[in-house]
Design a protein around this ligand. Sequence first.
Ligand SMILES: [Ca+2]
Length: 393
Amino acid sequence: MNFFRYNSIFAKALVLVITASVFFAPYLFGAEIANLQRSTVGSHIIFEFDIIGEKEEGEVTVFVAITIGGKVFPSEKLHIRGDFGRVNVGRGKKIYWNVLHDFPLGIPPNIAATIVAAGKTFRDPATGMEFVFVKGGCYEMGDLFGDGETNERPVHEACIDDFYMGKYEVTVREFMKFVDDKNYETEAEKGDGCSTFIDNKWQKDLNANWKNPDFEQDETHPVVCVSWNDANAFIDWLKGKTTIRYRLPTEAEREYAGRSGGKKYKYSWGENPPSGNIADETAKARFPSWSVWTGYHDGYVFTAPVGSYKPNELGLFDMTGNVWEWTLDWYATKYYAESPKNNPSGSSSGEYKVLRGGGWNNGPRGSRIAFRGRFEPNARYNDIGLRLVFPAQ
Ligand SMILES: [Ca+2]
């Protein structure tokens, strides 16, 4: 086999030079990599491993990345082939890395490989954030009930690839890990604060930011007062920690997941009674002028701890209400008329980024899944947060 032909003297040198510390995530969640072994054959490093999953796990997603001197090289940047991407659970999996192709001048020292499997669920090793596998598909996107805004029309077919979505909105605790690690200052802290609902109207509070959003929060609440730019700084940090290509969801992914896989639902709770933190009777008692969901009590005027209400049919929590969530997409009023069918990802440019899902201050109309919120990428409000996704390929 040509593939394995090599000069044996050089191969010996290779083994000496590489002080590889191969490791894998030491947690058991959905699916895991086990019995990982490394060998060197010619110009290749070969990783052999088993993928162990719960009984119902069939295909899982395997990510591989190589770290050299603290720098992460994801698989798509290297000459790597074999059992990664969507792979069936089982034993004797192999990944081949043509290391001399990528480093022809010599093998760098201190190479570490990270191989991670994501099953039906996944837990991020750096933050503990949980993710749920969302099987892709085609669905009718937009104002299915004929009572929405004009920018929700025309209703059109959108087809979405498989992806993973955050089970919860990003919490104060998770965002704090990023801030502490990077000594990051949010745009609200650097600039003129965050808009909060004071004296019965939205106005800038110079002293408001994610640590002090003008209402009580503990670490289990969704982080707010973060701009789209802050959200992406958080994502860039997280990507550098792991092998996972995290990003914000597209508008089409957010609507598909919010409707439990594109079902004809107006809210994330489907045909059931409301189950989420929206403008309810609790909020009405504090803000009598608000339009609320009459007769519904969720117990919170402002944000609630994430996961306080029943999840939707995909196991995702707070897909309606709690906080508005940034999406990847630039907003265009007429985008739905020209949107591509496969994996639409918004206008190519724009002034505003789309927000989805509604927040603690939205009544029945603004809480609709199809509703398209929008703000400038540097906007900060204490009803805006985020949720992450990553592709399953
Ligand atoms: Ca509420």
